[in-house]
Design a binder for this molecule. Structure first.
Ligand SMILES: CC(C)(COP(=O)(O)OP(=O)(O)OC[C@H]1O[C@@H](n2cnc3c(N)ncnc32)[C@H](O)[C@@H]1OP(=O)(O)O)[C@@H](O)C(=O)NCCC(=O)NCCS
Length: 178
C-alpha cells in the first residue's frame, strides 16, 4: 500500500464523485447536496478547472472579493482510491491570516479515524515547506476536536482562540515551525 499526495486530477474522477456522495466534505464546508454532485459528475473537467484555478478573484464568506493566493489543491490517494483533500496556500491574505491559514484538509468519511488526518497534514506541511514557507498557520473550529488533535500531533502551537468571523463559534489558531 502506498499512500501519496498528488495534485487533483481527473484520474481519480469516479472515486472522488463517489466520495462526495458518501458525504466527503472539503474542510469546514457543508456536505454537498445530491444535485450539486450530479452537476460535478456531468462536467468534471469544469469542476476541476474551478477547483484548481490560480487566478482571478475569490468571494470570501464575509462577502468581500479578493485576489486568489497561489495554492495547490492536492488529493491523498492510494492506487485508484481517493482518501482526502488538502488545499495548500503559499501566501496569506488578511482573511487567511485571521481564519483559514496556509492549509485546509478533509478526509473521506470511510477513511476517518485511521490516522489519515495526521498524515495528510504532515504531507501538506512538507509541500508547503518545499514551496518556501517556514512557518505555517493552521486553524480549526474550537469544537473540532479531531482537527485540533491532527494539528497538535503535527507540532501545532496554539496562538489564540478567536470569535470565528464566519460565525459558528470560536476558532483556534495554531502555528507550526517548518
Ligand atoms: C478532521 C479530520 C480531517 C480528521 O481526520 P481523521 O483521518 O479522522 O484523523 P486521524 O485519524 O488522524 O485522527 C486524529 C485524532 O482525532 C481523533 N478523532 C478522529 N475523529 C474524531 C471524532 N469524530 N471525534 C473525536 N475524535 C476524533 C482520532 O481518534 C485521533 O485521536 P488520537 O490522536 O488521540 O489518536 C476529519 O474528521 C474530517 O475530514 N472532518 C471533516 C472536515 C474537517 O473538519 N476538516 C478540518 C477543517 S479545519
Amino acid at each position: 500500500m502506498s499512500t501519496s499526495l498528488v495534485l487533483a486530477s481527473k484520474d481519480y474522477r469516479d472515486d472522488y464523485v463517489r466520495a462526495l456522495r458518501e458525504g466527503f466534505r472539503r474542510g469546514d464546508q457543508s456536505r454537498m447536496k445530491p444535485g450539486a454532485i450530479d452537476k460535478i459528475d456531468a462536467d468534471f473537467d469544469r469542476f476541476l478547472a474551478e477547483l484548481t484555478k490560480q487566478t482571478g478573484d475569490i468571494l470570501l464568506p464575509n462577502g468581500k472579493l479578493v485576489l486568489r493566493v497561489p495554492q495547490d489543491m492536492c488529493w491523498l490517494v492510494d492506487d485508484r482510491t481517493f482518501i482526502g483533500e488538502t488545499s495548500i496556500r503559499y501566501r496569506l491574505n488578511d482573511w487567511l491570516f485571521q481564519i483559514g491559514g496556509h492549509i485546509g484538509y478533509g478526509i473521506r468519511p470511510l477513511y476517518q479515524r485511521q490516522g489519515y488526518g495526521k498524515l495528510i497534514l504532515k504531507l501538506a506541511l512538507a509541500r508547503l515547506k518545499a514551496g518556501g514557507v517556514d512557518r505555517a498557520l493552521i486553524t480549526c473550529y474550537d469544537h473540532n476536536i479531531a482537527s485540533a488533535k491532527v494539528i497538535e500531533a503535527n507540532g501545532g502551537s496554539l496562538d489564540n482562540i478567536i470569535d470565528d468571523p464566519r460565525g459558528g463559534g470560536k476558532s483556534r489558531r495554531y502555528w507550526i515551525e517548518l
